[in-house]
Design a protein around this ligand. Structure first.
Ligand SMILES: Cc1cc2nc3c(=O)[nH]c(=O)nc-3n(C[C@H](O)[C@H](O)[C@H](O)COP(=O)(O)OP(=O)(O)OC[C@H]3O[C@@H](n4cnc5c(N)ncnc54)[C@H](O)[C@@H]3O)c2cc1C
Length: 480
């Protein structure tokens, strides 16, 4: 087995994962080549990333790692029209029907369109002399460089060989091709067993439209997340650049949100949340509606399989998470950080032996943490637990926690920190936390009542006349 050292890195895909991967490896390589099949990657209507229209939250953990990689980038976000907010104080959040507290927290960050996040990161990378973007190149497969498949090289179209180094054993390849990556299949085509795949039934539908809020509108929040209890329908209003709102319908269980603007409003009106309808009553649509459907979550277990020593995967190509929890990009930043730190440690100590194995083992921990949160939600909403007994206790514990989180400010902030991946998901399962929830509820049962969705104070409906033609034409919207 020869020693593995690389000089060059080829990153496949210039999505969020590809960009972060390039940043993570740049200090350790003479050259980093980022291959991307899309030509015009600034368009919102980018073919390679069809989900770019949809709301994309970068959680607190992700924002902090991004700022470490690119100091000052959050300020740039503000300079580009995003506004800072407290994810607790400034968010009116109805979760499983409960109104969450709006209290000050240390979770201060930004919402922005996905286009802006990508663009700011890419602009920073363009200042790196050793990072080279090569567009209009499609990766088509892998080639084995030895009979034991220890090292692989790439097949691309059109051939990018002229820019890539000749001795490919000295090239580290990073698969950041997104959820539709065919890397696992390409591996099996050259005789390397494909990794086992774990799936999670999600069946989520999104539909997004950008609105301009009515001038002079007064609301007690900057972001609204409306998820009524016992309903497959929800919606969010997120503040994005230039004072606009990104409004996304989110459905579960196959009840897909409609595509046409009229039904979009009808769908909004069908959600049991007066705050939602009042806020949008006089808002003006700025774009068309953009639908997206995601049937399953997918985790390719590279940590449980043999992979070539110069190939690793990052981002959705390893794991596509349930998007409702907004974790995907944050998990990308966590993976990039792991890669960066692993390279630093290995380069200065024992060389790059077992780089890919160690990397895939380490990232499986951050993926598991995010995966478990959405698994729990699916299990709570359906009956996928193994026995009625465990189902009863699992749902009981979650209901207890939900009530406590909605009732007590500090318990809520703790929960929010878990959602923002600042604390491990397991913290919610600890006996101490459950005891705390029990205590909170006992106290509350004696003194107060809960605010719930469905206690309508306003009977608001968004009028259909608001559906006048969008001010901005399809595909060229805010953020472009
Ligand atoms: C509806 C929806 C909502 C979401 N909301 C959130 C959210 O709120 N917060 C969050 O953090 N995450 C969210 N996500 C997840 C987020 O979109 C992904 O986690 C993130 O985009 C992963 O980035 P990636 O670079 O791995 O993949 P992608 O963004 O899919 O990028 C893959 C790149 O590879 C390129 N490519 C593909 N094939 C080839 C090829 N053969 N050759 C060359 N290039 C190729 C593509 O053109 C593209 O540029 C959401 C996802 C969906 C579907």
């Amino acid at each position: 087995m020869g020693r593995f050292e690389f000089k060059q890195v080829v990153v496949l895909g210039a999505g969020f994962a590809g960009l972060l991967a390039a940043r993570a490896v740049a200090p350790f390589a003479s050259d980093v080549y980022v291959l991307e099949k899309d030509g015009d990657w600034d368009l919102r209507a980018r073919k390679g990333i069809p989900q770019r229209y949809q709301c994309h939250t970068l959680l607190m953990r992700g924002q902090r790692i991004l700022e470490d990689f690119f100091p000052g980038i959050l300020n740039e976000l503000a300079e580009n029209g995003a506004r800072p907010l407290d994810f607790s104080l400034d968010t009116c959040w109805f979760f499983r029907g409960q109104k969450m507290p709006q209290v000050p927290s240390s979770l201060i960050g930004y919402y922005a369109t996905r286009v802006l996040w990508d663009r700011l990161v890419r602009q920073r990378l363009e200042t790196f002399k050793n990072i080279h973007f090569i567009r209009n190149v499609s990766v088509k497969g892998l080639v084995s460089l030895s009979s034991d498949q220890e090292f692989v090289s790439l097949m691309t179209e059109p051939c990018a060989g002229r820019v890539l180094p000749k001795n490919s054993k000295e090239v580290l390849i990073i698969d950041a091709l997104g959820a539709r990556s065919q890397c696992a299949q390409w591996l099996s085509e050259i005789g390397v067993p494909a990794p086992p795949v774990v799936t999670q039934r999600i069946q989520i539908g999104y539909c997004t439209q950008i609105f301009q809020p009515a001038s002079g509108l007064k609301v007690s929040w900057k972001a609204l997340l409306a998820f009524p209890a016992h309903s497959t329908r929800g919606a969010v209003i997120l503040p994005i650049e230039n004072g606009n709102w990104l409004v996304t319908l989110i459905s579960r269980g196959g009840d897909l949100p409609p595509k046409d603007p009229e039904s979009f409003i009808e769908y909004l009106n069908s959600i049991d949340c007066p705050e939602l309808q009042s806020a949008l009553m006089h808002a003006v649509p700025m774009t068309s509606t953009f639908p997206y459907r995601i049937p399953v979550g997918l985790w390719r277990r590279y940590d449980q399989s043999e992979v070539p020593r110069n190939l690793l995967s990052l981002g959705d190509s390893v794991c596509r998470l349930n998007p409702t929890f907004g974790q995907g990009m944050t998990v990308v930043t966590q993976q990039a950080k792991i890669l960066h730190e692993l390279l630093r440690a290995k380069k200065s100590r024992d060389g790059l032996e077992a780089l890919t194995t160690d990397y895939h083992q380490l990232i499986s921990k951050v993926i598991r943490n995010a995966w478990e949160l959405s698994s729990e939600e699916e299990e709570f909403q359906s009956d996928v637990r193994r026995s009625a007994f465990s189902n009863f206790f699992q749902k009981g514990a979650i209901s207890l926690r939900n009530e406590a989180v909605a009732t007590d400010d500090s318990t809520f902030v703790f929960f929010l920190e878990v959602c923002h991946l600042m604390r491990p998901f397991r913290a919610l399962l600890s006996p101490l936390f459950l005891l705390r929830c029990t205590f909170v509820l006992a106290r509350r049962l004696c003194f107060g009542r809960f605010a719930r969705l469905g206690e309508r104070s306003v009977d608001a409906k968004i009028p259909l006349r608001r559906l006048s033609t969008p001010r901005v034409t399809k595909g060229r919207a805010i953020g472009d």
